[in-house]
Design a protein around this ligand. Structure first.
Ligand SMILES: Nc1ncnc2c1ncn2[C@@H]1O[C@H](COP(=O)(O)OP(=O)(O)OP(=O)(O)O)[C@@H](O)[C@H]1O
Length: 288
């Protein structure tokens, strides 16, 4: 399977925070959702993918190419959307299109105007008068109008109402019908990912915890509930993290088979949502 994005040992240090030794492959033809708590390093990682930040160490490759030698070619092939206004605020969408379109060899006016209509965007109003959701839609319309093979989005659903969010997910799904396209996007709305993601990459405190197919995540992770007297130093090794309450414990396992072997039917094993996984990992990793 071809990797469209390849990060090898990418490290970026800021004062008081760093993303460390990120090894991440994004597979062609699939949707990868990028999750992690506030400040986990999602935007930083995405910025290294976009060459908006230079890593202090490690290697970044897109389509097998290096930014040092192929920046222009790489950028031609990416549609980038991020949570924030990247355009000159005083301009309207028509002016922005006039500036941006010539930069792309495969710019497609027909598609652009189709999205403008579909997203009900005004062409002649200054971007600064747009609501947050409208700005996101404008950003999307631009990003989707040059036949990009790879669409990278930093929290594209932030600030969107639930109806448009759903429409956007449908639209992304339609874009994937052309089996050559790849989408990588970060989000806090994990239920969006249940709808469309094939892979989930999870970052915590600057470290990539996993990048697995959504199927493998469901196969590997589960919530285990039982009585406190079942816990001891050995049995707890089956868990990423345990929460104790007076009524019993609830824990996340990353090895359902091991948990079943240890506890048999003395515990209840339930499906773990992505939110559950993020929540338990935040508590610290038990058996690391
Ligand atoms: N240019 C910078 N200079 C210094 N620190 C930075 C810089 N950019 C990001 N950081 C810090 O890096 C950490 C990670 O930020 P980042 O934006 O990557 O997180 P995130 O996972 O995208 O978070 P959120 O979900 O809140 O958007 C934060 O503590 C942030 O303050």
């Amino acid at each position: 399977m071809e990797n469209v994005v390849e990060l090898k040992n990418v490290t970026k240090r800021f004062k008081g925070f760093s993303v460390n030794h990120i090894n991440l492959q994004v597979k062609r033809g699939f949707v990868t959702g990028f999750i992690g708590a506030n400040g986990a390093g999602k935007s930083t990682t995405i910025k290294t993918m976009m060459n908006l930040l230079r890593p202090d160490a490690g290697e970044v490759k897109l389509f097998g190419l290096d930014y040092k030698t192929h920046e222009k070619e790489i950028k031609q092939r990416i549609g980038f959307v991020y949570d924030g206004n990247i355009f000159f605020e005083g301009l309207n969408l028509k002016d922005i299109k006039r500036i941006v379109a010539p930069a792309y060899k495969r710019w497609d006016d027909t598609i652009f105007y189709q999205y403008v209509e579909q997203f009900e965007l005004p062409l002649n109003k200054a971007i600064k008068t747009f609501s947050k959701g409208m700005q996101m839609k404008a950003s999307l319309a631009i990003a989707l109008s040059h036949h990009a093979e790879l669409i990278i989005m930093d929290e594209p659903t932030a600030g969107l109402d639930p109806i448009f969010r759903r429409e956007l997910l449908d639209l992304l799904q339609e874009l994937m019908v052309d089996g050559n396209r790849t989408i990588f996007f970060s989000t806090h709305i994990t239920t969006d990912l249940d709808r469309i993601a094939d892979y989930i990459a999870f970052i915590q405190k600057g470290e990539l915890v996993f990048n697995q197919s959504i199927h493998d995540v469901a196969e590997n992770y589960a919530l285990v509930k039982g009585e406190l007297n079942l816990l001891d130093r050995d049995t707890e090794k089956a868990f990423v993290h345990v929460h104790r309450a007076s009524t019993g414990f609830e824990a996340l396992t990353d090895n359902i088979k091991a948990a079943k072997n240890i506890f048999g039917d003395t515990v209840i094993i339930e499906r773990a949502s992505l939110e559950d996984i993020m929540y338990y990992f935040k508590g610290g990793i038990h058996h690391a």
